[in-house]
Design a protein around this ligand. Sequence first.
Ligand code: FBP
Length: 257
Amino acid sequence: MKLNWNKLLTNGKAMYLAYDQGLEHGPVDFNDVNVDPAYIMKLAKMGGYNGIIFQKGIAEKYYDKSVPLIVKLNGKTNLVKGEPYSTQLCSVQEAIELGASAVGYTIYVGSEHEAEMFKDFEKIQEQAHDKNIPVIAWMYPRGKAVEGKDMKKIIPYAARVGLELGADMIKINYTGDVESFKWAVEAAGKVKTVVAGGVKEAPKEFLTDVAECMKAGSIGIAVGRNVWQYKDPIKMTKAIRKIVFENKTAEEAMKEL
Ligand code: FBP
């Protein structure tokens, strides 16, 4: 199997712009400007991202081929309570027809529905690899069984599950310190690790987190809100770029803002 990473990586590193929050959280995350997917598409191009992450509906109507497309194949709203299950919403074939260079899939590790997501993942992983398309797994510990548990231990477990299941890249949340994140990256083995952003933080905090993740061995980021909710998303993009591609510190990157 020879995966096609064409343009999804620059010298082995990557910056992806995530924009599936409209499904996961609803328009509460947006303002008048970033509510428009066409604006995000332009931002991805101007910022020189290695990929834009869309659900199929947005990809169908707004994807303009200017940067690689990563189609998120499953999702859920945050309106449903109880043990989380992320349902498949798009097939690998549809994603390819939309122009996808990679596909994304969320697995809620620890959920009562974990086994169903594992099963769904097995199929999409096989179909994607059949077409040499990399699979990015959002490995998110969720559900009663993991609530209150130490994420410094659970996130490395989720990372390892990504390796066991055959993901090519995993997207995980920062554990909060370099040592435990390094352990997560090590647990993922040959699977590339990118870090998710989470709720918007103060720029200094966010860039420090990015720098720490890179130091711990992450190959890049796959973030949304901390970029497009920032007052000048292009400046924030340039700051992240300094850290991811030029090994700069958070302090040095702050000069871009
Ligand atoms: P953000 O950088 O905005 O957190 O985006 C990363 C992401 O994984 C999105 O792809 C997804 O929509 C969202 O986080 C899921 O957030 P959560 O499940 O933590 O509410």
